[in-house]
Design a protein around this ligand. Sequence first.
Ligand code: ZN
Length: 153
Amino acid sequence: MYLTVHAAAGAAVGQFMPNVWAAFAAGFVSHFILDMIPHGDENIQHWKFFRTKLRRTIAAALIDFAVLLATFCYWLTTNTVEQIPGIMYGAAGSILPDALWGLHELTGSPLLKWYRALHSATHRVIAKKLTILQGFAIQIPLLLALTYIIVAY
Ligand SMILES: [Zn+2]
């Protein structure tokens, strides 16, 4: 799932947590729950616009990060000062699993091999493959619903 949606889930649960480390842990766990929902990102690898898998991944991550930053600023400006730490730590925890995954892809480190297997396994819990558009049809409403929770509570 896109980092923007992961961060929204982390922020949504993080804002209710009693302390920042609980928010961080809740965000971290939320990542794996969301990744179990089929979300279509894998098909970015068939994106014709870029020649290599690495370029496609970096391009998608940069666009995702720009959207994440814009939505994150919106979440921060629509909440009370007391909720901001939980939102920030929840979002940070929710992004860490994909950062670790990316680190494994870049380094091939044997230290992260078990982690990569775990992260990939969450994507196979529901073995339905979606197109990028079908993925958007799931992720955009989910992002809007999570944003509603972040802004309204
Ligand atoms: Zn992930």
